[in-house]
Design a protein around this ligand. Structure first.
Ligand code: FAD
Length: 295
């Protein structure tokens, strides 16, 4: 099913993101995670594309295996990194022939060792170009794009940044998934700024619970601007064991989700890090086992 149709049918969607594991044991563990999460009836699941296109083949294999072995709707992430238009067309044709029609279209970050983004030969400059390309060549596909409530680090002008996001939607993007954030006020303000810019597609909130101190530090580095609010930081600092850091992180994320649902969010996208525990605990704490009852 296309995500845009799921978004029409479900008042609030709940989606889970996975990354392609590097080892056979990792694959086994991931499929256990997926079977633990299936009873939650996610609206869809998505699979990331490694930085620099490094997991291109793994992403493809994981997406196809999820589609073959489960009833889940699956979205594949795709970036423009080190790929020509011809490469991207070949990837999309392969997905098309396998019945995979949901794409999260991203520019990607510069490859390792390169500080600034530069499109490769015959490549795409921005995600907008990738969205236009998909919508022209594969008009039956559903395309999502990324949004950044706290701003994308490369564009200092926050007004211009929303113009760039609007350009992705005007090129045909069906929905937006946000970068992770820890303060819902950032999401609400972003949603309002999108509304003011005339962006009307659903804006799905990206949530990643903190489950360890080292994970929190990595997250702050990767998600560039992710601000850790002082009350959350204080609780993490106070926690005396790994287990209590995890409890703090899951509790914070649960309260974020509760508040987002109360404020009519169109969807929650869980960055699961291939781990079921935090998502299961959040569902449990919200008092339901079935995502469709969460509205
Ligand atoms: C939900 C989500 C999933 C992600 N999944 C992956 C993944 O699987 N693999 C991966 O490698 N990365 C992933 N990323 C990270 C993403 O690739 C990076 O954040 C990347 O730096 C930006 O990608 P984008 O699609 O937002 O790019 P763009 O929308 O192209 O924006 C990139 C920068 O260029 C600016 N810009 C856009 N258009 C113009 C223009 N016309 N002129 C000047 N500046 C412009 C934007 O303001 C922004 O600063 C994900 C991010 C999110 C939020």
């Amino acid at each position: 099913m296309l995500v845009r149709n799921i978004l029409k049918e479900q008042k609030t969607t709940f989606s889970f993101e996975f990354f392609p594991p590097k080892t056979p044991e990792g694959w086994d563990r991931l499929f256990l995670t997926i079977s633990d999460l299936i009873p939650l009836k996610p609206s869809w699941v998505s699979v990331t594309y490694g930085a620099g296109g490094s997991t291109r083949e793994h992403t493809h294999n994981l997406v196809v295996r999820i589609r073959k072995e489960t009833d889940l709707t699956v979205v594949t992430h795709l970036t423009c990194v080190e790929a020509s238009r011809g490469d991207v067309a070949a990837i999309l044709e392969r997905y098309d022939s396998e019945g995979i029609h949901n794409i999260l279209a991203l520019r990607g970050d510069p490859p390792l060792g390169q500080r600034e983004w530069k499109a490769g030969p015959e490549g795409f400059c921005y995600a907008t170009d990738l969205v236009s390309f998909i919508k022209t060549r594969f008009p039956h596909m559903c395309v999502g794009v990324a949004g950044f409530p706290e701003g994308h680090p490369e564009t200092r002008n926050r007004l211009q940044e929303i113009d760039h996001l609007k350009a992705k939607v005007d090129a045909g993007a069906d929905y937006i998934i946000t970068q992770l954030f820890f303060d819902n006020r950032d999401y609400y303000d972003f949603r309002e700024r999108c509304e003011l810019a005339g962006i009307t597609v659903p804006i799905i909130a990206g949530i990643m619970p903190i489950i360890s101190r080292s994970g929190m530090i990595r997250m702050a580095e990767l998600a560039a601007r992710a601000r850790i609010p002082a009350p959350l930081l204080r609780s993490v600092q106070r926690a005396s064991s790994n287990e209590s850091v995890e409890r703090v992180g899951i509790h914070w994320a649960t309260e974020q989700v509760r508040d987002l649902i109360h404020n009519h969010v169109r969807g929650i996208h869980f960055y699961t890090l291939n781990n079921a525990k935090a998502t299961l605990k959040i569902y449990e704490a919200l008092g339901v086992a079935d995502s469709l009852q969460l509205t």
